[in-house]
Design a protein around this ligand. Structure first.
Ligand SMILES: NCCC[C@H](NC(=O)CCC(=O)O)C(=O)O
Ligand SMILES: NC(=O)OP(=O)(O)O
Length: 314
């Protein structure tokens, strides 16, 4: 693994999960591994968890993290090859990424989708420009189509909570939202849950199917109540339409997860990557109750990132 951008294999996922759990028990057990090395965390979009947990992970390994909020503090980047730069953009991605590559041993990038240019988003164009021009290992901090550090933390969280269940029933359910939201978290969760061998059901209202590239191997059930029957883990997430790209095609508030939804899944645990819109996506009673794993997931982000950085350090 040179870059960390997506699920690669069950073998690699298992070893990353195992290492994450080891770091969780002993966060400073390899406190000198990254001494003298620098990781640049480049944000083109807001973040709380990814921003903090990735820095803590690097510090636990002795690395120096430097965070740049390029969307707010950097020069406006030009992405188009051959552009005549006589408008708002100041610096070409190939110049900026080349410089960053010369400053850092590892780059970590957050670049959300436009949700308007489908082709560019599904090619993960901006994220891949950093890979192309920086020349150093790149870690995804959430790209247009994937959020692998989140998914790794989610797999760690399932591993810790699965108990004796051999093949847990995992349900990824769409939830309402007030605005158009990316597909990255849902795509990645599906990719990792299937890759790790879980029994995945995806449920969403008509019109919200995800890119089939990520859902092959999952059951698709448009009746949310049926999908939730017998669930061990319920992962809640909003996403905008993929076919009618980036649009909100319906807002059915009955999809908000409440205690009523668990009649036939009494023991199910609830997951969400955060930030969550309370009482829009999930009710307070669920988030503040014993089903919720959201704080554990967020905590595991540190050790997922530490495991990945450590793997790239070699
Ligand atoms: N990194 C975790 C999720 C980031 C993003 N959420 C958001 O944009 C929420 C925005 C809001 O609630 O206004 C998403 O779902 O992909
Ligand atoms: N879950 C997650 O990635 O959170 P942030 O967007 O706050 O980093």
């Amino acid at each position: 693994m040179k870059h960390f951008t997506q699920f690669e294999s069950k073998k690699l996922a298992d070893s990353l999960i195992e290492k994450a759990l080891a770091y969780k028990s002993h966060p400073r057990m390899e406190a000198a591994k990254g001494l003298g090395k620098k990781i640049g965390c480049i944000f083109l979009n807001p973040s709380l968890r990814t921003r903090a947990s990735t820095q803590i992970a690097a510090l636990n390994l002795g690395m120096d993290p430097i965070v740049m909020n390029m969307d707010k503090e950097g020069w406006a980047l030009e992405m188009k090859e051959g552009a005549i730069m006589n408008k708002g953009t100041v610096e070409h991605i190939k110049d900026a990424a080349g410089v960053l590559g010369s400053y850092f041993d590892i780059l970590a990038i957050r670049a959300f989708p436009s949700l308007t240019n489908k082709q560019e988003d599904i090619e993960d164009f901006i994220f891949n420009q950093f890979i192309k021009y920086s020349g150093v290992p790149v870690i995804s901090l959430e790209s247009a189509i994937r959020h692998p550090l989140q998914s790794l933390a989610d797999m760690v969280t399932i591993h810790e909570n699965v108990g004796q269940i051999k093949k847990p029933k995992v349900v990824l359910t769409w939830a309402p939202h007030i605005k158009a939201i990316p597909h990255a978290v849902a795509n990645s969760f599906a990719e990792w849950a299937i890759g790790c061998g879980h029994d995945l059901t995806i449920t969403h209202p008509e019109g919200y199917n995800l890119d089939p590239m990520f859902t092959q191997g999952a059951k698709i059930e448009l009746d949310q109540q049926k999908a939730l029957e017998g669930a061990d883990f319920v992962y809640v997430k909003n996403w905008s339409a993929y076919n009618d790209y980036g649009k909100i095609v319906t807002t059915d508030n009955s999809w908000m997860l409440t205690e009523k939804h668990f009649k036939h899944a009494k023991k199910a645990k609830v997951m969400h990557c955060l930030p969550v819109r309370r009482n829009i996506e999930i009710s307070d009673e669920i988030l503040d109750g014993t089903r919720s794993l959201v704080q554990e997931q967020a905590n595991n982000r540190i050790y997922a990132a530490q495991s990945v950085i450590s793997h790239i350090l070699g």
